[in-house]
Design a protein around this ligand. Sequence first.
Ligand SMILES: NCCC[C@H](NC(=O)CCC(=O)O)C(=O)O
Length: 444
Amino acid sequence: MKHFEANFDGLVGPTHNYAGLSFGNVASLNNAALTSNPKAAAKQGLQKAKSLADLGMVQGVLAPQERPDLYTLRRIGFSGSDAEVLQKAAQQAPALLNACCSASSMWTANAATVSPSADTRDGKVHFTPANLVDKLHRSIEPVTTGNILQATFNNDRHFRHHQHLPEHTSFGDEGAANHTRLCSEYGHAGVELFVYGQQATNPSAVKPTKYPARQTLEASQAVARLHQLEDESCVFMQQNPDVIDQGVFHNDVISVGNQNVLFYHEQAFLNTAAKFDEIRRKMNTEMHFVKVSTEQVSIDDAVRSYLFNTQIITLPSGEMAIIAPTNCQENPAVFAYLNELVTLGTPIKQVRYYDVKQSMQNGGGPACLRLRVAMNEQEVEAVNQNTLMNNALFTRLNTWVDKHYRDQLTVSDLADPQLIIESRTALDELTQILKLGSVYQFQK
Ligand SMILES: NCCC[C@H](NC(=O)CCC(=O)O)C(=O)O
């Protein structure tokens, strides 16, 4: 049977904006208060997704969330009509309003952790939505994320959906951004590498001092248990706290894997040599650890360019390609490194650049925009087929974006009640295009 690694990209929602909500994420803070372009953001994302489909990859899309989130605003005491709720929040608690308006669900690498059926004891593909408790604006995502995942992977025979972990910092979980599956072939059992930032139940363990470590070991272990993974196929590795303090808020800002390749910065992890030995021992195949030294690319350049927030994909020809943001072309050290990388004799033979600047300005590169789901043919057939990218869906979604999205949005626009109507109209139409049923609260 054939096996694939599908990418499900998050569609950028109509409220994409720069409110500077993510402490520890350098781009989010540096670009706070810029004017965003939601239409361009959505189209950049669609273009990247379509290009991967054109390369012969299985490519899907995940619907965005309903924002402004009026339900959370009512839950915290703002009352009256929808317009009144928005207006009161804007006057009394603008920071809370901003948190309820973020389009952050576009970064589907943080939507969930996914374990393919080849790794799980019951032979199903397991999904656990990330609770994202470290950031208020993201902590309101997991319930709807679960609804969207269930509507997209809507077949009990093949897909198992778990509830997100308890909403406490002990279980801080940021999903697939801190999880990499290594394997020989996508359909063979692999090693699931969980990278955490801190241990919640061990106060003497090292952790960052300036910026938050969003993922805990306890959360990663809980996900591994839920997903019925064998101990022999899991590796838990700590991220270097020093790089978190330099803006590496998720592991996918400093390393990325695909099959038997792990592309990483030498400062990414703690206890690197011992942990790589553990990976080698647990894998049944040769591993390629592709190391980038500080001399070649500094942490600062890695964070600015998102060299490691690239996607490494295996093309139908069997060659691996890196899907990089154009920001990597614009950084001389990184561009020079990537030009050299494809000549080094590693499995990575090509680099392709895509403009995802609207997302990058909030700290989300190509890898943040996608959730990987390795599946066999039968499982791909069991996916909601209306969410899979092709020429027709690409045209349809571009037309949909043109119809509903604004060219400009500032943080002060978030109090505009018209935005609620625009967003709901757009999402209602989207659920019909993708045949998702009622996944949003306003539809229930
Ligand atoms: N995986 C990439 C995630 C980027 C995301 N940025 C944000 O939420 C920025 C939103 C803002 O600042 O408006 C985050 O930090 O979780």
